[in-house]
Design a protein around this ligand. Structure first.
Ligand SMILES: *[C@@H]1O[C@H](CO)[C@@H](O)[C@H](O)[C@H]1NC(C)=O
Ligand SMILES: *[C@@H]1O[C@H](CO)[C@@H](O)[C@H](O)[C@H]1NC(C)=O
Ligand SMILES: *[C@@H]1O[C@H](CO)[C@@H](O)[C@H](O)[C@H]1NC(C)=O
Ligand SMILES: *[C@@H]1O[C@H](CO)[C@@H](O)[C@H](O)[C@H]1NC(C)=O
Ligand SMILES: *[C@@H]1O[C@H](CO)[C@@H](O)[C@H](O)[C@H]1NC(C)=O
Ligand SMILES: *[C@@H]1O[C@H](CO)[C@@H](O)[C@H](O)[C@H]1NC(C)=O
Ligand SMILES: *[C@@H]1O[C@H](CO)[C@@H](O)[C@H](O)[C@H]1NC(C)=O
Ligand SMILES: *[C@@H]1O[C@H](CO)[C@@H](O)[C@H](O)[C@H]1NC(C)=O
Ligand SMILES: *[C@@H]1O[C@H](CO)[C@@H](O)[C@H](O)[C@H]1NC(C)=O
Ligand SMILES: *[C@@H]1O[C@H](CO)[C@@H](O)[C@H](O)[C@H]1NC(C)=O
Length: 456
C-alpha cells in the first residue's frame, strides 16, 4: 500500500507547492522591505487570525491611518534622490553598455516638483479600497459622521478617498481638519510638532553607520561596471527609494530588480531605516511613548464611553477614523508596548537590540511592517459570549490587519483584553511612558496632555 501511495502523495505536494523544503526556489519581494516607502501590504506579523474571535461581535472600532502613497517625501527627495538623478542627467556613462543598469539609458525621473508630497493615483485607489474594506468588515456598524485628519493635503486627500470607499454617499461624512501647528500640545494628530524634546533628525547618525556598511558591496559592484559615475552610499539608498516611489507612481520600477540590488542589500536598506525609526519615533527615543499615548487615551475613552447617549463626552460614532503622517503610528505602538524588541526579557537594554554594525534579523521592530503607506492601527471593542471566557466587553489591537497581543493584558478571546483590566493596563502604560507636557517640555504656555478632537 505505502509503496504505491507515496509517489502519488509527493506528486500532489509538488503540484501545490505546499509543505516542502524548496532550496532551489528562494523568493524575495523587495516591496515588503521598503520601510516608509513600502506600498500597503499585510505582513501577518504575527499570524493571528483577524476575524473576530468565536462568540464576539465588534461594537465599535478606531483606526489611526498614515496617508496613502505619495510621489515623494521632500526629505527623501532632497537628501538622496535629487543628487542621484542629477548625476544621472549629467553623466558621460553610456548605460546601454552596462548590463544590469542598461535601463538607465532611457529611464526618466517620475517625480516632478509640482507633484512632490502629493498622493499618487494608486494612493487614492488604495485609500478608497481601505474604506471599502472597513465598511465590509464592520457591516453592522454605522457609517461615521466625521473622519479626522491632519491638515496636509496628502492626509486630507487620503481621508477623502477613504470616505468615498466607506460611505454610500461620501458627502454624508464631514472631514474634520486638525491643525498641524507647533503649539497644539497633545491636541493634534501631529503631536510631535509641538514637542521640543522630539528631534526630527534623531536616528540619522546611527542609521548612517549601517548605511555605510550595507552599501559597500553594491558601490564596489556598480563602480566596477560604470567607473565614471562614482556611485556613493546615498546613490545606493536612492535606488531603493526610487523602487518604492516609482512603483506607487508608475505601477512598477526597474530599480526593484533583484539583479540591481540583492535581497541582502534590500534587507540592509530596511534595517538602516529600522535603526533610524527606532531612535526617531520608536523605543530608542525617550519621548515616543509620551507622544503616542494621548491618541491611545482619547481613543479608548471614545470606545469605552457609554453607547446609550447618557454622556455627551464623545461624538457617539461607531467608527473613529483618523489620518496622519508616518511619525505618529510608531509612537502609538511604543505607547502600547507593541513590537518591543526587549518584550518578555525583563531587561531594557533596548538600544543594544539594534546594533549599527550588523542586522538583528530577530528584531520585532521592522519599519516595513509598521509604517508603510496607509499603515493602520485599529482598536476594536468587542461584545463577547465565548466558550471558556466570561461574557463581557473586550478590546483588541490590530496592526495592518494582524491582531496584537498586549503585553500583560491578553487573556481574553483571541488574546484580547477584558474591559476591567484594560483601564488598569492603560494606567500602567501612562506611568511607563510619562505625560506629554512633562516629557516634551513645551516652550509655549498653553500646551495640553489631552487629545480632545473626538469630544464635542
Ligand atoms: C551638471 O554638471 C554641471 C557642471 O559640472 C554642474 O554645474 C551642474 O550642477 C550639474 N547638474 C546637476 C543636475 O547635477
Ligand atoms: C552606447 O553604446 C552603444 C553600444 O556600444 C552604441 O551603439 C551607442 O552608440 C553608444 N551611445 C553613445 C551615446 O555613445
Ligand atoms: C495655544 O495658542 C496658540 C496661539 O494662540 C494656538 O494656535 C493653539 O491652538 C493653542 N494651543 C492649545 C493646546 O490650545
Ligand atoms: C566621488 O564622490 C565622493 C562623494 O561625493 C567624492 O568625495 C569623491 O571626490 C568623488 N570621486 C570622484 C573621482 O569624482
Ligand atoms: C537609547 O539611545 C538614545 C539615544 O542615544 C537615548 O536617548 C536613550 O536613552 C537610550 N535608551 C535606553 C533605554 O538606554
Ligand atoms: C486621559 O484622558 C482623560 C480624559 O480626557 C484625562 O482626564 C486624563 O488625564 C488622560 N490621561 C493621561 C495620562 O493623559
Ligand atoms: C444617540 O443619539 C443620536 C441622536 O439623538 C441617535 O441618532 C443615535 O441613534 C443614538 N445612539 C444610540 C446608541 O442610541
Ligand atoms: C447633551 O447635549 C445636549 C445638546 O447640547 C444637551 O441638551 C444635553 O443636556 C446634554 N446631555 C448631557 C447628559 O449632558
Ligand atoms: C519594553 O520591554 C521592556 C522589557 O519588558 C520594558 O522594561 C520596557 O518598559 C518596554 N518599553 C516600553 C516603552 O514600554
Ligand atoms: C453577536 O451578534 C449576533 C447577530 O446579531 C447575535 O445573535 C449575538 O447574540 C451577538 N453576540 C454577542 C455576544 O453580542
Amino acid at each position: 500500500m505505502y509503496s504505491k501511495a507515496l509517489p502519488l502523495l509527493s506528486v500532489a505536494l509538488c503540484a501545490t507547492g505546499a509543505l516542502s523544503h524548496t532550496p532551489n526556489s528562494y523568493s524575495f519581494d523587495p516591496l515588503k522591505h521598503l520601510a516608509g516607502v513600502a506600498p500597503p501590504f499585510d505582513p501577518q506579523d504575527p499570524d493571528l487570525d483577524p476575524t473576530p474571535p468565536q462568540g464576539c461581535n465588534v461594537t465599535r472600532a478606531a483606526y489611526l491611518v498614515r496617508h496613502a502613497a505619495i510621489y515623494a517625501n521632500d526629505f527623501d527627495y532632497e537628501s538622496y534622490i535629487e543628487g542621484f538623478v542629477g548625476k544621472l542627467s549629467n553623466t558621460t556613462v553610456n548605460w546601454t553598455t552596462v548590463p544590469v543598469l542598461s535601463f538607465l539609458a532611457t529611464w526618466q525621473n517620475p517625480i516632478t516638483d509640482a507633484e512632490m508630497e502629493m498622493l499618487t493615483r494608486a494612493g487614492k485607489l488604495e485609500a478608497t479600497k481601505l474604506g471599502v474594506d472597513v465598511a465590509q468588515r464592520y457591516q453592522s456598524l454605522r457609517t461615521p459622521e466625521k473622519i479626522w485628519t491632519s491638515t496636509a493635503e496628502r492626509t486630507v486627500k487620503s481621508a477623502k478617498s477613504f470616505s468615498a470607499g466607506i460611505a454610500d454617499d461620501d458627502s454624508d461624512i464631514q472631514i474634520v481638519e486638525v491643525s498641524e501647528g507647533e503649539e497644539e500640545g497633545a491636541n493634534s494628530l501631529t503631536p510631535y510638532e509641538g514637542c521640543p524634546a522630539y528631534s526630527s533628525s534623531a536616528g540619522s547618525k546611527q542609521a548612517t553607520s549601517f548605511l555605510d556598511i550595507y552599501t559597500k558591496p553594491a558601490i564596489a559592484r556598480f563602480n566596477t561596471a560604470a567607473p565614471a559615475f562614482n556611485f556613493t552610499a546615498n546613490d545606493i539608498y536612492a535606488i531603493s527609494l526610487l523602487c518604492g516611489y516609482e512603483t506607487v507612481i508608475r505601477g512598477s520600477s526597474p530599480f526593484c530588480s533583484l539583479d540591481v540590488l540583492s535581497p541582502n542589500e534590500w534587507l540592509g536598506f530596511e534595517y538602516t531605516n529600522d535603526i533610524m525609526y527606532h531612535y526617531n519615533t520608536g523605543f530608542g527615543s525617550p519621548v515616543s511613548g509620551a507622544i503616542g499615548f494621548p491618541w491611545v487615551n482619547a481613543t479608548f475613552n471614545s470606545l469605552m464611553a457609554s453607547q446609550n447617549n447618557m454622556s455627551n463626552a464623545t461624538t457617539d460614532q461607531d467608527l473613529y477614523i483618523s489620518f496622519t503622517h508616518r511619525e505618529l503610528p510608531p509612537t502609538v505602538l511604543v505607547a502600547l508596548d507593541l513590537f518591543n524588541n526587549t518584550a518578555f526579557s525583563g531587561a531594557n537594554n533596548i538600544n543594544g537590540t539594534m546594533p549599527t554594525d550588523t542586522i538583528n534579523h530577530r528584531r520585532a521592530w521592522k519599519s516595513s511592517n509598521i509604517l508603510s503607506f496607509l499603515t493602520n492601527i485599529a482598536i476594536e471593542k468587542m461584545s463577547c459570549d465565548s466558550f471558556g471566557f466570561d461574557a463581557g466587553t473586550y478590546y483588541r489591537v490590530l496592526v495592518n490587519d494582524a491582531p496584537q497581543s498586549l503585553n500583560g493584558c491578553s487573556n481574553g478571546p483571541g488574546e484580547s483584553c477584558k474591559d476591567s483590566d484594560m483601564t488598569t493596563w492603560l494606567n500602567t502604560r501612562a506611568q511607563v511612558v510619562g505625560e506629554y507636557d512633562a516629557t516634551c517640555m513645551p516652550d509655549y504656555s498653553n500646551s495640553t496632555n489631552v487629545l480632545g478632537i473626538y469630544e464635542y
